[in-house]
Design a protein around this ligand. Structure first.
Ligand code: FAD
Length: 498
């Protein structure tokens, strides 16, 4: 194992905080430590801070990826006590207090005095990981761009097929699995694309005949929003032309479609090329590592049971925040991660200043909302239940506040005007690589690492090449000298010419 980058015994070193993740928890935790007498190292597997709530807008061509994923390095450039490192954390050693990360075969080991783990959650296919090949989830920029390629690509393939007289129903059918906020937003936006944005762009297909189906095993849309808002969202979706299929468990997914089973035992298949998985989350697998070493409990979704002060049992120096935690049924939402990481940062700062511990972490619920389409949303703020344009305007204002960076806010506002007031989509560019690179990379044994040389391997190969080339040149020079000295050079040449 490589030596830690911050050996603990260095004299005069400041308290070292390592933050895992650059999402809501990681970024807000790091920023909250800006005035503390600490050095913060944020290590994350992407170079950007991702605003996940707007991923669906990247997937449906409203926003560009840059607008919702600014570089973390740029955001933190003014914070002198913070540095950003790229790397996927593969191990946390609670005993040695080190974090090990890798990127393209390069290993980094960081020593910490305090650790904030904010590695979030991934998609869960409920034990059917093979569904992922045909039904991408929506957790990353790669996912959103792949989905954009698949959605717009399906219309293109349908146009081609229709020109040949083929049946293109399976290409013009879009199935979204999961009727939570993300599924509702995706289904609503695909319906808007088909019925409004693309309606004049094709010659052989009528995009308005596209079928958009939203499937969920639960008996209602948006379960956490309660029956009333769920019913409202369902009827708004239906007005947009979305078919809502409830009480249906998806049992199989393949290249050409999905199979679902109803409570009464009925099995139905929908032929569709474009499937989107917006059901189920699984906490980051680092949770398991932390639980195994600390004895903390893990729930079914892989979330770590933390103490009321967000620390890992037996490890007051380790805080776990956001989507990775299981505490008092806290939901997997951005505010839980933001408030949790600020709490952790305050505790670290307080300890260094000799302050008494804070009272247990208390989440302040600022409300939830889901957008259905332009001018239609549902919101829940305390006891208030808001629907329609008012909820949509609230959504607009809130997202403008939380998008990181002035630049992104201005461009997002312009793009929303283009899409919501007009019918355009500014970001319709798609490429073949966007759609197929994920499966291609998955076929490599070690992913992208297979495409680059191992650290040192390139230099070693170059050195070997240079040594053998040097030897070859030296031998050639010696032969030239020998020929010249022995007077054979002219004779040889002469022999060849004749
Ligand atoms: C499509 C979608 C829509 C959503 N909509 C809403 C919404 O409208 N409102 C709302 O409140 N919430 C919403 N959420 C949930 C919200 O985004 C999350 O609750 C929030 O992002 C959790 O923050 P986090 O810091 O715990 O994790 P994340 O924000 O997911 O950040 C995790 C970070 O860890 C990094 N990481 C992961 N594994 C490793 C590793 N091994 N090594 C290094 N780095 C790693 C990731 O790259 C990322 O930077 C949505 C989520 C999704 C996916």
């Amino acid at each position: 194992m490589a030596a830690p980058d911050h050996p603990r015994d260095t004299p005069d070193r400041r308290h070292q905080v390592v933050v895992i993740g650059s999402g809501f928890g990681g970024l807000f935790g790091t920023k909250a430590l800006r005035r503390s007498d600490v050095d913060v190292t944020m290590v994350a597997k992407t170079t950007h801070h991702l605003f996940q709530p707007l991923l669906y807008q990247v997937a449906t061509g409203i926003l560009s990826e840059g607008e919702i994923a600014p570089p973390t390095r740029e955001i933190l450039s003014g914070q002198k006590n913070a540095q950003v490192l790229l790397g996927e954390v593969t191990g946390v050693d609670l005993e040695a207090r080190t974090v090990t990360s890798h990127v393209l075969g390069r290993e980094t080991v960081l020593a910490y005095d305090s650790l904030i783990v904010a590695a979030g959650a991934g998609q869960s296919y409920f034990g059917n990981d093979h569904f992922a090949e045909f039904a991408p989830g929506m957790k990353s920029i790669d996912d959103a761009l792949e989905l954009r390629g698949r959605i717009f690509g399906a219309f293109e393939m349908a146009e081609l097929g229709a020109q040949r007289g083929d049946n293109v129903d399976h290409l013009l059918t879009f199935v979204v699995v999961g009727a939570g906020p993300t599924g509702v937003e995706m289904a609503g936006q695909i319906a808007e694309l088909a019925h409004r944005t693309l309606k004049r762009d094709f010659r052989s297909i009528n995009t308005r005949t596209a079928r958009v189906v939203l499937v969920d095993a639960a008996p209602q849309v948006l379960p956490p929003f309660g029956q009333k808002l769920g019913d409202k969202a369902k009827s708004e979706l239906e007005k947009l032309g979305v078919e809502v299929v409830l009480g249906a468990m998806v049992t199989d997914v393949d290249e050409r479609g999905i199979e679902m089973k109803f409570k009464d035992g009925r099995v139905e298949r929908i032929n569709t090329v474009t499937k989107i998985w917006a059901a189920g989350v699984q906490a980051n697998k680092l949770g398991k590592t932390l639980a195994e070493q600390s004895g903390a409990p893990l729930d079914r979704a892989g979330r770590v049971g933390v103490n009321p002060d967000l620390t890992l049992p037996g490890h007051p120096e380790v805080f776990v925040v956001g989507d990775m935690i299981s505490l008092d049924n806290l939901p997997g939402v951005a505010q839980v991660a933001i408030q949790g990481s600020k709490y952790a940062a305050k505790e670290i700062d307080g300890r260094l200043k000799g302050k008494a511990p804070q009272p247990p972490f208390k989440y302040f619920d600022k409300g939830s909302m889901a957008i259905i389409s332009r001018f239609r949303a549902v919101a829940m703020v305390g006891k208030l239940r808001i629907t329609g344009v008012v909820a949509w305007l609230m959504w607009l204002g809130l997202h403008l506040v939380y998008i990181t960076g002035f630049k992104s806010r201005v461009t997002a506002l312009i793009r929303w005007a283009v899409s919501f007031i007009g019918r355009g989509r500014s970001e319709r560019t798609t490429t073949e690589q966007q759609i197929f690179a994920r499966s291609a990379l998955a076929r490599l044994k070690r992913g992208a690492t297979d495409l680059v040389s191992q650290p040192g391997a390139y230099d070693a190969a170059r050195e070997l090449l240079e040594t053998s080339r040097r030897e070859e040149l030296e031998a050639q020079a010696a032969e030239e000298a020998r020929l010249t000295d022995s007077g054979q050079r002219g004779a040889n040449l002469g022999e060849k010419v004749s």
